[in-house]
Ligand binder design. Structure first.
Ligand code: ATP
Ligand code: MG
Length: 551
């Protein structure tokens, strides 16, 4: 109950808390009086002949109706005292002159004022009750009336004081709780402010920072990390869009060897190098380190991943090595000429000993320089090769990875994927592009195969040729459309009805295969399925296109 509260501004129609509390208190009294009325009708109907009892009952009902009608939200807080005093008088009427004493009903007004008004108001109500009892006793005086008045007032006073004190304690408790809630809110505010500042600092640094739980989930990332790995900084738990590779256009790093997985296992490492192909279509070299973070309070210990973008340094280093490789390669030729000529000159028997000695010195010095240039060339060969030639890759691994990534899509389409590659398929090729080839073919096979169909991927090594076939039991392509399907943007009408697409995938696929010196052939029957065969030389010839890797 909150009848003591100030009038609130109210939304139209709905009564405020104070009004509802006033109604409730008054209606409980009214309900008690009505029940008494019913019992009196049943057990002592003669009481209805006593005028003041009837008037008292009616008064309570009238007061209750008026209470329901009064606009309490607009009236001052004290206005409710009118109801209290009128109730007191009405109960007085019911109680006096009847042999049954209904005085216990005074508990209602007494509790009401005790809980919501100062003790003086309680005193005034008790005094009113005292006067009523006194008047009643003058009507029918007897020897016990003084004692009766005393006992009734004492009991009511005791009940009132107890209610008053209990309410005071409750209010004090409420104030303490409110203060504590306020302090808690302040602390929370301060904490989120600190968190915001920490995030601001973290987002200000160039290095990618991520916090990883021991279970391997990413708890937090800064902007730089999100950018490098193609993550949503607001929901770092989503899988990263960028894939990590062992080298430029190399093989994808196996899942268990990725820095995130290693950190989740609790491994502490520094300068783990990975290449990522970012969502922005750029290759970046990252130097990733991990550190252990001790747990705070109930929080478990977690791991911190720091990823530095070392692309520029790596390129500069490779460039330097490349230059020194070129320089030593170019020096080899004149040095060989010098050594050859010195050797020839030394064969002349007429040489004076002094000249012979000089020529031998030149020969020894030239041989030393030649040795030095050879070792320089050897040490820079790796840099040269990483940049200039394909990687040694296993096509089977690429096919397995690709098929694994398509399994969820296939099962969503109720298409069964069968993988038939029984041996490793080593090749020297661009691992990144090869993954693109397999992805495009497998994606088409699943996309253009209706429910309950099959897709089979087979691979075999045939001498120096790696051959891969992707066959499906799907919609197929008519003989008429078959010559056109490599044309950019061309899509058969059945394909358009089956799935969405741009009509570019196959053309790009064929280009990549051709750049590796391979062939791509398609056989298809409308309505019964398609088989795409890719044949690649194990050692792809050197690239000649501008974006490629000629030696
Ligand atoms: P996206 O560029 O998104 O891959 P797409 O799948 O339509 O779109 P392509 O992969 O280039 O484009 O394929 C060109 C067309 O060749 C397809 O639209 C489809 O008509 C036909 N096609 C390719 N693969 C199959 C297949 N396995 N079964 C039936 N039709 C195919
Ligand atoms: Mg396609």
């Amino acid at each position: 109950m909150a009848t003591g509260g100030l009038a609130d501004t109210q939304a139209l129609g709905a009564p405020d808390t104070r009004t509802r509390s006033i109604w409730l208190t008054q209606l409980v009294l009214a309900a008690s009086v009505v029940i008494i009325g019913v019992l009196v009708v049943a057990l002592r109907p003669s009481l209805f002949g006593v005028w003041n009892f009837v008037v008292g009952v009616l008064a309570i009902i009238v007061i209750s109706v008026a209470t329901l009608a009064a606009p309490w939200s607009r009236l001052p807080r004290e206005a409710v005292l009118i109801v209290v005093f009128l109730d007191t008088l009405a109960i007085g009427l019911m109680a006096s002159g009847t042999e049954l004493r209904f005085g216990y009903l005074w508990v209602f007004p007494v509790m009401w004022v005790a809980m919501y008004f100062p003790a003086t108001v309680l005193g005034a109500v008790l005094a009113t009750i005292g006067v009523i009892l006194l008047l009643d006793s003058t009507n029918a005086p007897d020897s016990n009336s003084a004692l009766r008045i005393f006992i009734v007032l004492l009991s009511l006073g005791f009940i009132g004081i107890t209610a008053h004190l209990a309410m005071r304690q409750m209010r004090a408790l409420r104030r303490v709780l409110q203060r504590q809630a306020g302090r808690l809110a302040e602390t929370l505010d301060r904490r989120s402010e600190q968190e915001r500042r920490t995030n601001e600092i973290l987002n200000g640094v160039d290095a990618g920072v991520a916090r990883v739980s021991p279970g391997g989930s990413v708890l937090m990332v800064n902007d730089a990390y999100a950018r490098l790995y193609g993550l949503d900084p607001r929901d770092a738990s989503q899988p990263a869009k960028s894939v990590e590779y062992t080298g430029l256009r190399g093989m994808p790093v196996p899942l268990s060897e990725r820095p995130l997985a290693r950190a989740a296992r609790g491994e502490i490492f520094t300068d783990a190098r990975v290449w990522v192909f970012t969502g922005g279509g750029e290759w970046r070299v990252l130097s990733v380190s991990s550190k252990r973070l001790s747990g705070l309070g109930r929080e478990d210990a977690s791991m911190l991943l720091l990823a530095y973008d070392v692309t520029a340094i790596t390129h500069a280093q490779r460039e330097r090595e490349r230059l020194s490789a070129i320089a030593s390669h170019e020096l080899k030729h004149p040095l060989t000429v010098m050594i050859g000529n010195a050797d020839l000159a030394l064969e002349d028997p007429d040489l004076s000993p002094r000249l012979r000695e000089r020529l031998e010195t030149i020969l020894r010095a030239s041989e030393r320089v030649l040795e030095m240039t050879s070792s320089m060339l050897k040490s820079s060969r790796t840099a040269f090769e990483g940049r200039e030639s394909y990687d040694d890759i296993d096509m089977r691994q690429i096919v397995v990875d690709s098929v694994d990534s398509f399994r969820p899509t296939a099962s969503a389409h109720d298409v069964v994927i069968q993988l038939d590659v029984n041996e490793p398929l080593p090749a020297t090729a661009d691992g990144f592009r090869m993954r693109q080839v397999i992805d495009n073919l497998v994606s088409n096979a699943i996309k253009y195969t209706p429910r309950d169909g099959d897709v089979r991927i087979a691979g075999a090594l045939d001498g120096d040729t790696v051959s891969l076939t992707v066959s499906d039991t799907g919609i197929g392509i008519s003989a008429e459309d078959l010559p056109n399907i490599m044309t950019p943007y061309f899509r058969t009408s059945t394909a358009k009805d089956t799935a969405s697409g741009t009509g570019l995938g196959l053309g790009i696929t064929r280009e990549i295969v051709a750049a590796h010196g391979g062939t791509l052939t398609i056989e298809s029957d409308l309505g019964s399925g398609t088989t795409v065969t890719v044949k690649l030389p194990r050692f792809a010839p050197e690239k000649t296109d501008a974006g490629g890797k000629g030696s």
